[in-house]
Design a protein around this ligand. Structure first.
Ligand SMILES: [Zn+2]
Ligand SMILES: [Zn+2]
Length: 426
């Protein structure tokens, strides 16, 4: 049997990578305008980082991590998400000692052992941003605005921003107890995971997708009714900022996100084209995370989004996405020998400025012209005996069949003029 990529992973072939490059390029532009710098952390970290940073009661740490021992018996884990590693790096390199807010983004593969489904892979690509050192709702606002603008920049339209608060150390313990009391009276209606969550982290029952649990969640106490004055004021100011910037959002009682580290603000962006797993991404505030991984007490807020899911949503909207680049010029040799050697030399020269292709297998003229059409080239540059002798080349516009002769020394200038008329040139 032939070998295949592991279940839940995918090859992104050259006809699809232009879509990825398009999305990544737009992201980089927007992130630069917001003043965020890129951080690249290792693909694997000590397992303990995720136990402390993501939380031992989360599905991620309990069921979804790729954990292994290296040859010295150290427990390492392929990163399941980006925030804990950024927090670790910021603490390790003492970036917070400057007293300045830290603004960072990342893009790269994350690894989770999940059931593969549309847009969900065991190795998936995430883009995310973190803002450290800002306690005020201005930080939450900036993150939501940045996320919305990233999605806008790639052309995604049918998005909805959902917002909630999960409280803080002042108000969440009492709410958690209220919730636990309520859930204990409904244990028989809950899935086995939620029975466990009732004791470990009852907030997580709110975002369980099992129908029975959703039914129970319907009658559940609302955290919005249990926020302390400080959390209430934080949320009110954030809502005011969003209103003033005309960023539409909806309050969502059941939104808690899957991670333990969130405090106060949580948000998600949904897209109608994604079916049941409708989130494009989300994030929130995490004012205790930096301490949890051993750093100084520092507020933080961030988000992450799956690139596969963004592409899926764009495709669901029928967005025009770039395909593979076509050659601008196809070199075509009429004869053998010298003409082919000249084609090789000329190709290298023209490739400093243009997308150029040519036949490398010594095929005949007709086959080369056919290949030029199939490749979607704009121009064919013909090299024959006459052209070689006169040091001028025949340029053929493939769409119209029009031909002209151009002296060698004017070649680049003429090509630029002809190709700039063609919309394909960027
Ligand atoms: Zn459940
Ligand atoms: Zn509170």
């Amino acid at each position: 049997m032939s070998l295949q990529a592991p279940r839940g992973t995918q090859d992104i072939l050259p006809d699809r990578t232009p879509r990825w490059q398009f999305v990544e390029t737009r992201f980089r532009e927007v992130l630069a305008r917001y003043g965020y710098g890129e951080i690249r952390t290792p693909m694997f970290e000590p397992t303990e980082l995720f136990q402390r940073g993501v939380g031992t009661s989360t599905d991620i740490v309990q069921k979804e991590m790729y954990t292994f021992q290296d040859r010295k018996g150290r427990s390492l884990t392929l990163r399941p998400e980006g925030t804990a590693a950024v927090a670790r790096a910021v603490v390790e390199h003492k970036l917070l000692a400057t007293g300045q807010p830290q603004k960072m983004w990342y893009l790269g593969p994350m690894f989770r052992y999940e059931r593969p489904q549309a847009g969900r892979y065991r190795q998936h690509s995430q883009v995310g941003a973190e803002l450290l050192g800002v306690e005020s709702p201005a930080g939450d606002f900036e993150m939501i605005a940045l996320f919305v603008d990233l999605l806008d920049a790639v052309g995604l339209r049918q998005t909805r921003v959902l917002l909630n608060s999960v409280g803080d150390a002042t108000c969440r313990p009492a709410f958690t107890e209220t919730l636990r009391t309520y859930l204990r009276a409904h244990l028989s209606e809950l899935c086995p995971d939620c029975v466990r969550r009732t004791e470990e982290n009852p907030l997580r029952v709110l975002d369980c997708k099992v129908p029975g649990c959703r039914e129970v969640a319907r009658g559940i106490p609302r955290i919005q009714d249990h926020l302390c004055p400080a959390c209430r004021a934080h949320q009110d100011e954030l809502r005011t900022l969003l209103d003033r910037a005309e960023i539409p959002f909806e309050m969502a009682d059941h939104l808690v996100r899957g991670l333990d580290y969130y405090t106060r603000t949580v948000f998600e962006v949904e897209h109608g084209g994604l079916g049941a797993q409708s989130a494009v991404g989300g994030g929130g505030r995490y004012d205790r995370l930096i301490e949890d991984v051993g750093g100084p007490s520092t507020p933080g807020v961030g988000f992450s989004s799956g690139v596969e899911r963004i592409l899926l949503a764009l495709e669901a909207e029928g967005a025009a996405l770039p395909g593979a680049l076509t050659p601008e010029i196809m070199l075509v040799t009429v004869g053998e020998g010298e003409e082919r050697r000249e084609a090789m030399r000329l190709a290298r020269r023209l490739r400093r400025r243009f997308r150029v292709d040519l036949d490398l297998r010594g095929r005949g003229l007709a086959a080369q012209m056919k290949a030029a059409d199939r490749a979607g080239a704009t121009l064919a540059l013909l090299i024959g005996e006459g052209e070689l002798a006169a040091r001028e080349w025949t340029l053929k516009t493939l769409a119209t069949g029009a031909q002209e002769r151009v002296p060698d020394r004017e070649l680049e200038t003429r090509l630029l003029a002809m190709l700039s008329q063609d919309k394909g040139r960027e």
